[in-house]
Design a binder for this molecule. Structure first.
Ligand code: ATP
Ligand code: MG
Ligand code: MG
Length: 351
């Protein structure tokens, strides 16, 4: 990806005055480094500075983050209208690459937690979803796959005229479509079927749409849609909740299929597959998986949602204890939400 790296104007590096950024507090940390709230003494404003760990692999990946984000910001969203975080600057400091961003608010996981994991009002789900989708459309246009879309990587924007808003952050795992390198990507709950199954060189921006679907559902119900304790657990929850399974041609070509599925050689009797087609694969039973790797999945401390997607949406949040109690208008909203989600958590990436 040398063409991308050239997009970064390396001449800018090292021209910064000393002691420009004054660390005020730590905002968060992730796999790649730490993020600090800093006072920028040159512009007299707060910024978020991501200090990348000083190891070559992280440095390389951070250069990718800088490249892709500056391309997105400058070429695809010059007027800052598409809910993608603005990168302000980057510089090396004591062997750490540092990237400065506009200062944003809490991430969506923190917001859900503050709400006792009970989900947001539909009006916020709608507004946030529309804005994330707007960002995803721009990213698709640029041929960029985010590869780590999750509530922690979507931040509330400071209130402008008290309108709620969000922005997508953390392009630290992002890559260009057609130049995909890694096969172990996305956070487990938000990992798409094609990544789980190992369709390495072939994944597209469709993997972000899957994660997006998981996020929309989580914003409404307050808990992750597929909180699997293992990859098998995630996949079996998907099949149980969405119905159907990944299409046979994907299963045939993916390299991890046999970790999760049994192949009959011919059609499995009674196995209703994707789109009502019959499949020659069936997902392993829990016993078969346990017999294989005797490692018991950890049970989390929450009550995790299970069952069909439509049931889940209609019986959540806790306020709608059963479908019958829903006012007509809310029923329609729920139907629309289920319909929208079904289009997103779609097993066939081509769709
Ligand atoms: P990951 O483990 O998800 O790859 P990471 O190391 O790549 O994380 P980021 O996701 O970029 O790091 O940032 C970590 C956290 O820091 C975010 O989840 C968020 O809470 C906080 N943060 C990051 N950027 C900003 C910002 N611009 N404004 C405010 N907080 C931020
Ligand atoms: Mg992150
Ligand atoms: Mg990251």
């Amino acid at each position: 990806n040398s063409d991308l790296i050239l997009y970064v104007n390396l001449e800018l590096v090292n021209k910064k005055s000393d002691r420009r950024y004054i660390v005020e507090e730590m905002l968060g940390q992730g796999t790649f480094g730490q993020v600090a709230k800093c006072w920028d003494a040159e512009t007299n404003s707060y910024v978020a500075v991501k200090v990348i760990k000083n190891q070559p692999a992280f440095y390389q990946q951070a250069i990718m983050e800088v490249s892709l984000l500056s391309m997105l910001n400058d070429k695809f969203d010059p007027d800052d209208q598409h809910h993608i975080v603005r990168m302000l600057d980057f510089f090396p400091w004591k062997n750490h690459l540092c990237i400065t961003f506009e200062m944003l608010g809490h991430n969506l996981y923190e917001l859900l937690k503050k709400n006792n994991l009970r989900g947001l009002q539909l009006q916020f789900v709608r507004t946030f979803s529309r804005q994330i989708l707007d960002a995803l459309i721009v990213m698709k246009g640029a041929g960029i796959i985010h590869c780590d879309l999750k509530p922690e990587n979507i931040l509330i924007t400071p209130k402008v005229n008290s309108a709620a808003g969000v922005k997508v952050i953390d392009f630290g795992s992002a890559c260009m479509e057609g130049k995909t390198i890694y096969s172990y990507i996305q956070s487990r709950y938000y990992r798409s079927p094609e990544v789980l199954l190992g369709y390495p060189a072939r994944y597209t921006t469709a993997i972000d749409m899957w994660s997006f679907g998981c996020i929309v559902a989580e914003l409404y119900i307050g808990l992750p849609l597929f909180p699997g304790a293992s990859e098998y657990d995630v996949l079996s929850r998907m099949i149980e909740m969405v119905g159907g399974q990944p299409p046979d041609d994907l299963l045939r070509e993916a390299k991890n299929t046999r970790k999760f599925f049994k192949h009959a050689g011919s059609i499995y009797p009674g196995n209703e597959a994707h789109d009502g087609l019959r499949s020659s694969y069936r997902i392993l039973t829990e016993d078969e998986v346990e017999a294989r790797d005797s490692k018991k999945p950890k049970i989390g401390k929450w009550y995790f949602p299970r069952g069909r997607l439509d049931r889940l949406i209609f019986s959540y949040p806790w306020k709608n204890l059963n479908e019958g109690n829903l006012p007509e208008a809310e029923k329609e909203d729920c139907l629309a939400l289920v319909d929208f989600l079904r289009g997103l958590v779609e097993f066939d990436p081509n769709k």
